[in-house]
Write a protein that binds this ligand. Structure first.
Ligand SMILES: [Zn+2]
Length: 419
């Protein structure tokens, strides 16, 4: 079989199109495939299908295709324009790739496959392509995916703030807890950043929201109350954020106590930070002995930790009334502990209690979308080469948006629609 016949079959090229030549350049490691059409062929007008004669040809276009035997492969073609008596001068499309793309559908799909696994810079290295070309594929994929995505507000929403880069710039992330996807990325973490998400939906649509898991963060509470009807019954302060508040208080108690003990020359709390923060079941085996010894001592941080551990049971109750009852016992204990950071944390929780106990009804936490966190970690890991904040957002939608990213072929390759 001749190479042109071979490639015609592989690429699905049929008359009037044919491959005029295949050039193999060993030096540049490139395969160049030239596609042409037989002379004098009348092409159907894309609008009315009437056969029309050729008006002229566009400048030669080059499409990158999947490698042939490790060599970068390019398809070259000059596409004709026809002149229809009714519709004027019209362009015949190649069907090789998207309208303005320099890649075939197959190659673009492959770039997307790689981008799901590697950083932009690795993709460039693996495929020998430029940063901008590679980045454009990701941007187009996200744009395409968002255009295809149905306009719908999730029933169970998670709101979280994340910092992606050094310098503590925060983004507001909105999750669909059921599909474990990031629905929205907003700049900053103020009221406006969440409101601009809600504003995309009508009041009727916003009524459909059943519950919202979030941190005890006033701007998010205000935004949700302003836009979600009956928000006060739907907001559930995320269990992990609630626990973190108390865990941070335990850490403050440890720091204060450690400082006082050090002044007396007692180093017992040195290097013990994580022993107090880990849940008991997560204390690693090699620290177990230290943990048991410290726990038997009469330390302030021991008491703080016991108070924290007890709060974990709050989420075992299935009725708001029982949660409240449990909390008030815990609150009494915490506020009589004479541990200032614990008292402060307990008071904060009490002021937010109504929306902590809504957990009994909704049973949601942001950890429901646990796989989201894994995916966000991946975005951070692949972050080298995102270059700026907007790129970060695009990457989050690409990796965590649950979008349909791949280009879809609209017609056959060099398809000639018969009149
Ligand atoms: Zn026409």
């Amino acid at each position: 079989m001749q190479d042109t016949a071979f490639f015609s079959q592989v690429l699905g090229i049929t008359p009037p199109w044919f491959i005029s030549k295949v050039i193999l350049n060993k030096e540049t490691q490139r395969v160049e495939i030239y596609v042409d059409h037989s002379a004098g062929f009348a092409f159907p007008c894309p609008e009315c299908q009437k056969l029309c004669s050729i008006y002229d040809h566009t400048k030669e276009r080059e499409f990158r295709h999947l490698n042939v035997c490790q060599m970068a492969t390019f398809i070259h073609v000059r596409l004709p324009r026809i002149e229809c008596s009714e519709h004027g001068v019209k362009q015949i499309v190649s069907g090789l790739g998207e309208e303005n793309s320099t890649m075939t559908y197959e190659f673009e799909g492959f770039v997307i496959d790689l981008q799901k696994e590697c950083s932009i810079e690795s993709v460039c290295r693996l495929l020998g392509m430029g940063w901008h070309a590679s980045w454009e594929v990701m941007e187009d994929a996200v744009e395409r995916g968002q255009a295809r995505k149905p306009h719908k507000i999730p029933e169970r929403i998670g709101v979280d703030e994340k910092s992606f880069s050094k310098g503590h710039q925060y983004e507001t992330l909105v999750y669909d807890l059921d599909s474990a996807t990031v629905e929205y990325v907003g700049d900053k973490r103020d009221q406006k950043s969440l409101e601009s998400y809600y504003q995309q939906f009508s009041l009727e649509e916003r009524k459909q929201v059943q519950s919202i898991a979030m941190d005890m963060w006033d701007p998010y509470i205000a935004a949700t109350k302003a836009y979600i009807p009956k928000a006060e019954k739907k907001i559930t302060f995320d269990r992990y954020h609630v626990m973190r508040l108390v865990v941070d208080a335990v850490d403050k108690v440890r720091k204060q106590e450690h400082r006082v003990l050090m002044e007396q020359g007692n180093e017992i709390l040195k290097g013990t930070k994580y022993l107090w923060l880990w849940n008991e079941e997560n204390v690693p085996e090699y620290r177990r002995a230290d943990f048991d010894r410290l726990r038997s001592l009469d330390l302030k941080v021991c008491r703080a930790r016991a108070i924290k551990d007890n709060l974990r049971h709050l989420w075992e109750y299935h009725k708001e009334g029982w949660m409240k009852k449990y909390f008030s016992r815990w609150y009494f204990w915490a506020t009589h502990s004479r541990l200032t950071p614990i008292i402060k944390a307990a008071k904060t929780l009490k002021s937010h209690l109504e929306n902590i106990v809504t957990y009994a009804r909704h049973r949601i936490t942001n950890a429901l979308g646990e796989s989201i966190n894994g995916k966000i970690e991946k975005v951070k890991r692949l972050a080298c080469g995102y270059r700026n904040r907007d790129h970060y957002k695009t990457a989050i939608y690409f990796h965590c948006g649950g979008l349909e990213l791949y280009p879809r072929r609209k017609s056959g390759v060099f398809q000639v629609i018969s009149p």
